[in-house]
Design a protein around this ligand. Structure first.
Ligand code: ASP
Length: 442
């Protein structure tokens, strides 16, 4: 039988009501044999994620403040879940053990991992699945470097022994047995690793949105869902601010050519977004897949007569920025000009020094600094070799009164990036969306 791996995020396991939905989803498809869970997340806007509360216990200890109150809040949340689900499961011994460990001194990673651990214990009991602890299976080196090959083998060997299993997300262990977590949101990575290890037909990532949207819903009301997106497009979109998935979760499944399906636990009938490799995505594509953008970039424009004939000029510009440990987003250039686009935050406190260095070391004639620029990426394999896409985009912006300050098209023709004033950001995204998604025929 083919296998699906279903990973449920924090909002999907926030309380007993959500866990019931999870059970229904899992049981509605016998292929959903491996389930990965996050720690319970927020139940409402002002609520706290359990992982944050667990870190808070540790912070209390570090500052010699009693941690018992926070610890009790965590304990109670889990107890209420168990009670509301009517499970015959005694979780007190787990909490007593964790409390002992806390008192003796534990690492941040150990305490943070207990949210996923306990959630998986409860979920396994509720579903009647085996519980598989990733300790000694998801492996990190002594220095904390993730070990993909060793993990893949160990996970496969272990999971083969279980017809159906629940695996806590977010952590594994170092070679010395100590707990090591991935970075925040890392249960997505665990899900991808499990999917790869069992050769899943699909990696389902269940969350609280019905997939990736064609534009930020805070800017475009009722933005449509992206049905299919390639890994490359996803990378472009998420780099520009559209995130649903931990960045590193893509690699294990992409290598194994396993599609990821983003689904909504609160709307399980919705097909969500499928993330696939290029080949599969070719057919029936619209011109664009999605629009994403980020605010607050600075452009440093450098002018020098005869720059084009000066060998190594750009290299020297880059090395000045390297000296300040600043990374560059874009580098549009003209004959005697080159501009560097940098996230404004990265220039805090060093902008004047950089400008001075550019004058002094490069003999620039003028250096202009423009702040408050936004970058907007219009992304889609469908744009490749299609005429008139850029014209349509620029017309849409011009007719909405948006001045374009920079244009950059990747050589893959998969995206067109425009730089606009921060104050035009929302108008520009709406205009592009309208032109390509709402009125594509015009
Ligand atoms: N619980 C962890 C976090 O809040 C990991 C996860 O949810 O993926 O970051």
């Amino acid at each position: 039988m083919e296998v699906k791996v279903a990973k449920f995020g924090g909002s999907s396991v926030a309380d007993a009501i959500q866990l019931r939905k999870v059970k229904e989803i899992v049981e509605s498809d016998p292929q959903r044999r491996y389930v990965v869970v996050s720690a319970p997340g927020k139940r409402f806007e002002e609520d706290s994620k359990l992982t944050d509360l667990l870190y808070l216990c540790k912070t209390h200890i570090e500052h010699n403040v009693p941690f018992h109150q926070v610890f009790q809040v965590i304990w109670d949340r889990f107890k209420i879940i168990v009670m509301n689900l009517g499970l015959q499961l005694d979780i007190d011994p787990y909490f007593e053990e964790i409390r002992d460990h806390l008192q003796k001194g534990v690492t941040n990673d150990y305490i943070a991992s207990r949210g996923e651990f306990l959630c998986a214990v409860i979920m396994a009991n509720y579903l009647g699945y085996d519980f598989v602890d990733p300790s000694g299976i998801i492996l990190f080196s002594e220095n904390g470097k993730f070990l993909p090959k060793e993990t893949d083998q160990a996970l496969r060997e272990e999971l083969l022994k279980h017809e159906k299993a629940v695996i806590p997300g977010f952590y594994g262990t170092r070679t010395d047995g100590s707990v090591k977590t991935f970075s925040r949101g890392g249960s997505d990575i665990t899900g991808a690793l499990v999917a790869r290890a069992v050769g899943a037909k699909v990696y389902e990532n269940w969350t609280d949105v019905s997939g990736l949207l064609k534009a930020d819903p805070r800017i475009v009301k009722n933005a449509q869902t992206i049905d299919r997106v390639t890994y490359k497009e996803l990378r472009e979109l998420s780099y520009m601010g559209a995130t649903v998935l931990h960045d590193e979760a893509v690699f294990p499944v992409r290598e194994a050519d396993i599609p990821i399906n983003i689904r909504n636990t609160n709307d399980p009938g919705h097909p969500g977004t499928i993330i696939v490799s290029e080949e599969e995505a070719r057919e029936n594509r619209g011109v664009i897949t999605g629009i994403a953008g980020r605010k607050d970039f600075t452009v440093i424009g450098i002018y020098k007569n005869n720059m084009n004939s000066e060998v190594g000029f750009i290299k020297r510009v880059l090395s000045i920025l390297e000296n300040y440990n600043v990374s560059i987003e874009h580098l549009p250039s003209g004959i005697d000009t080159v501009s560097v686009v940098i996230a404004t935050k990265a220039l805090e406190g060093i902008l004047d020094d950089i400008v001075e260095d550019i004058y002094r070391k490069l003999g620039a004639d003028t250096v202009d600094v423009h702040q408050n620029m936004s970058l907007i990426a219009t992304v889609g394999h469908g744009m490749t070799r299609r005429m008139g896409v850029a014209a349509k985009l620029f017309t849409a912006l011009a007719s909405n009164g948006v001045n374009i300050r920079m244009i950059d098209q990747g050589s893959s023709e998969m995206n067109i990036i425009v730089g606009v004033e921060n104050e035009d950001f929302e108008t520009a995204i709406k205009a592009i969306y309208e032109a390509f998604v709402e009125k594509p025929q015009e």
